[in-house]
Each structure stands twice: as structure tokens, then as C-alpha cells.
Design a protein around this ligand. Structure first.
Ligand code: ZN
Length: 136
């Protein structure tokens, strides 16, 4: 395993605020959120960029984003949920899922370190919304 922070998070060697996980993916709260509720969808296997995932895994990553978007929007009262992929920070593929309240918020310069308790509380709120069935 390379010396990679996301590999260590996926292996639970470094603690994180986990929203959901399965064999292939872990979804955590970003510790420097652009907005409260900013999540990272991370494949557990080390691949450097999202486009290096095989097609099935790439599709699953965006399916997870889709499934989380409604619970995340409800938990944060966001107007929209944005998706961003850059990959300059950590050389392990990840997708940012970010609650947006207005235009031009999808900007990494807005990221601020968050309080651990606030992150934990937000993750609990999102997880609660994930269990709620909403009739549409
Ligand atoms: Zn890695």
C-alpha cells in the first residue's frame, strides 16, 4: 500500500467521519469543507484519478453520489448539490459532493477546517436522512 492518506482512511488506520461504506467505497466528511456537509466519495482501492477506475466502479461512484444527493440536500437545506473532481490535493481518486446555497460556491478557496464535533453532528444528520423514505 502506498503512503497515502485516503488508503489509510479506507483501511480505518486513520479515523474519519464516515457517512457510508461498503467493500469498494468509503464516503467521509471532508475535514476542510467548502460548505457544511461537504463529502468525499473515495474508492478503497488506490487509483490516482477517477478516470482510472474501471467502468463499473466509475459508474458506481457516481451512483453513490446520486443516492446521497437527496439526503444531503435535506440535511443541509441546500439549494443544489454540486459535484467536483480536481485531484490536486491527494493523489487518490475522490469525488467531492458539496451542498450549495448559491452560485460560485464550488470553489476550493472557500474550504475552512471544521470542528470535529460539527463534522460528527453533520454526519449523523445525513445518516438519519438516508434512512428516511420520502414520497415524491
Ligand atoms: Zn491511496
Amino acid at each position: 500500500m502506498p503512503d497515502c492518506i485516503f488508503c489509510k482512511i479506507a483501511a480505518h488506520e486513520i479515523p474519519s467521519h464516515i457517512v457510508r461504506e461498503d467493500e469498494q467505497f468509503i464516503v467521509i466528511a471532508d475535514i476542510k469543507p467548502v460548505n457544511p456537509g461537504h463529502l468525499l466519495i473515495i474508492p478503497k482501492d488506490h487509483v490516482e484519478v477517477v478516470f482510472a477506475m474501471d467502468d463499473a466502479r466509475y459508474a458506481e461512484a457516481f451512483a453513490i453520489a446520486k443516492r446521497l444527493s437527496d439526503p444531503l440536500r435535506r440535511a443541509t437545506d441546500a439549494a443544489k448539490i454540486g459535484i467536483a473532481v480536481e485531484g490536486f490535493g491527494v493523489d487518490h481518486a475522490h469525488i467531492h459532493l458539496i451542498p450549495l446555497h448559491g452560485p460560485h460556491e464550488l470553489n476550493p478557496d472557500r474550504a475552512q477546517p471544521a470542528d470535529q464535533e460539527d463534522l460528527a453532528a453533520m454526519v449523523e444528520k445525513i445518516k438519519k436522512e438516508m434512512t428516511v423514505k420520502h414520497a415524491e
